[in-house]
Design a protein around this ligand. Structure first.
Ligand code: GSH
Length: 263
């Protein structure tokens, strides 16, 4: 038996709630905390390993046929499956020309989408929460008070990448987020939740990979070596077997960001 507490924005919460209500072996309750935030409490019997690999739709490479593309949200889910030793069967979706069968599965047209208990589920937040609840071993839960560490890095990275004015403060904003995260890791590391990798790292790792490749290519920029905890965090995550198996090719990352840089 496992218990998972999930905190998420209302829309994600209700979508997860509805999904879980239709699943066997789960007791799901929604409660409002003292600070008015809402939380799902899911109590479930642990599931046995799946009998067949999970079908999962992920972004296709734009440079190499039949290869994984450059979506950090897809990699996050694939990393979760890898770290939990769950088998999967990826379906590579051309996002520049979405096939009919894919739009039937997910009218919103976004990846990742995974088939869980005969239903297609989208959004990496929801997918990873359900996988954690259904397959709690090894546990990848990041305690809520730690889960926001580094959470502004991705948006500040995009701000700097798109910037055309070197004095608009976007580089400084990114440096400030990276530096805070470096300080956090110094105190709490080597991973977000200490010695073991957890969900927050599997979300942040792919984003830092994009940051390194895209800023290296388009701005000849890299995170300063003085941020030594951040640097070894990136090295540790990028060299993990699960990461190597699920990472995008650098050329796809470069092509993926081109419209944002040149647009
Ligand atoms: N919040 C979603 C974001 C997923 C997302 O934005 N995926 C992008 C690819 S990285 C996508 O499918 N975009 C649709 C498109 O490009 O048409 C998640 O976490 O899964």
């Amino acid at each position: 038996m496992s218990t998972v507490r999930i905190q998420a924005p209302a829309c994600a919460l209700y979508s997860t709630f509805n999904h879980l209500l239709h699943r066997p072996n789960s007791v799901v309750s929604l409660r409002t905390n003292a600070n008015n935030s809402r939380a799902l409490r899911v109590v479930s019997m642990s599931s046995s390993p799946p009998s067949a690999p999970f079908e999962i739709c992920v972004k296709a490479s734009v440079t190499t046929p039949n290869k994984l593309g450059d979506c950090p949200f897809c990699q996050r889910v694939l990393l979760t499956l890898e770290e939990k030793h769950l088998p999967y069967d990826p379906k590579f979706v051309d996002l520049t020309n979405k096939p009919e069968w894919f739009l039937k599965i997910n009218a919103e047209g976004k990846v990742p989408v995974i088939k869980l208990d005969e239903k297609w589920v989208s959004d990496s937040d929801i997918i990873t929460q359900i996988l954690e609840e259904k397959y709690p071993s090894p546990p990848l839960v990041t305690p809520p008070e730690k889960a926001t560490a580094g959470s502004k890095i991705f948006s500040t990275f995009i701000g700097f990448l798109k910037s055309k004015d070197p004095n608009d403060g976007t580089e400084q904003a990114l440096l400030s987020e990276l530096s805070s995260f470096n300080d956090y890791l110094k105190e709490n590391g080597p991973f977000v939740n200490g010695k073991d990798i957890s969900a927050a790292d599997l979300s942040l790792g792919p984003k830092l990979y994009h940051l390194e490749i895209a800023l290296g290519h388009y701005k000849k920029w890299q995170a300063p070596d003085s941020l030594q905890y951040l640097k070894s965090y990136m090295k540790d995550i990028f060299s993990r077997e699960s990461f190597i198996k699920t990472r995008a090719q650098p050329q796809d990352v470069i092509e993926g960001w081109r419209p944002k840089v040149e647009g």
